[in-house]
Design a protein around this ligand. Sequence first.
Ligand code: RFL
Length: 382
Amino acid sequence: MAERATVLIVGAGPAGLVLGNLLRANRVDTLILERGSRARVQTRARAGFLGANSARVLTEHGLDAGMLHNGHLHATCAFRDGNGQFELDYSRLGRGEVHTVYPQQHLVTDLIAEYLDRGGRIRFEVPVTHIDPQTATVSYNGGEAQARFVVGCDGSNGISRRAVPAGRHARDHGVAWLAVLAQAPPSMGTTTYAMHDNGFAGHMARGPHVTRYYLQVEPDEDPAAWPDERIWAELRLRMRVDRFGPLREGPVTERRIVRLRSDVVDSLQHGRLFLAGDAASLISPSAAKGANLAIMEAELLAGALTDALARDDERALAAYSTTCRPRIWRAQEFSHWMITLLHGPADGPDAQFQRLLRRARLDSLRDSRAHQDFFAENYVGI
Ligand code: RFL
């Protein structure tokens, strides 16, 4: 006997959990199937910067208690290179929007608790192995579940996107970051992007005692080749501590290679299967957009599914893919803009030319209010 639900959600990341919570608020019967254990998903450190729209969604739908209590507002970023440093206060630029820094694993923990409170059903350690988009049936561990609609929120390597035959647009940007989490307070009051001949280095707050750093490395680099001392030495060099002040160092608790890649599925619907979050579009973390897109799509889809189920009105559902696509591509475009601002070839015939172009773009960002407004609007919004 197949287990039944009105909406089946595959994956308990930000996309699946925001969707589940919003549907439960509208009294839709939902079942989330998650491959990992509850402990694993609640400790999976990834994003930290929530844009203004994500904070609005969480607030409007009563999901913001943890974020309000433990998150903090963040409105400045700095760019530094051999010529100096400048800082942008984006609360005074563009639409005046700011980020909320709240680590993704804390948000996921809050969302699971709230979803269960709202009477939602969730099953952990249940990897979905097959989805039939026509009958809205999913298979797992020899069992089956069936629903009116299935939503694939299982990330870019999940099974859902493989059940959608639409075209895909994929790009490997040829750049990789060593993503580091350090048990140490932030070294600066700003998010800092440092350009150096050795490659890019980034600094992003995650909380009073945890900081994320990025170091551009070769795509095939082994994280084990980066013991703590090597990471801090390279960060000191690329962040130019001799000029701008020391880093607040501490033990490195996570190091992993993140390849900067994009992979967008052309259609977010096939039959009764819908895609949201990284399952719909993978975006490089260069502009901190992935979790924000996931939350935006979850809100749109929750409204569209509720219209279809409660009012028999499928117009928003039919338009879901075309509504999301331009926003996904705007985010991809800005993320690509950031990648080309922060990285260039280390050598080769074009390296010096590209370095000078990046220098000119940085000068413009430092001096032009119009350029700063463009940056701020795209950096915090979608
Ligand atoms: P997730 O979070 O990957 O969740 C997918 C869930 O699906 C489960 N799953 C399955 N479950 C059942 N059956 C299967 N067959 C399954 N296959 C997979 C997985 O176990 C998992 O629990 O996807 P979602 O919900 O779409 O959320 C996307 C975000 O996680 C992602 O876009 C962001 O983390 C990207 N990102 C950032 N985004 C931001 O908006 N702001 C940031 O500051 C930011 N920083 C980052 C980031 C991503 C990073 N990495 C690691 C790529 C920093 C980093 C380093």
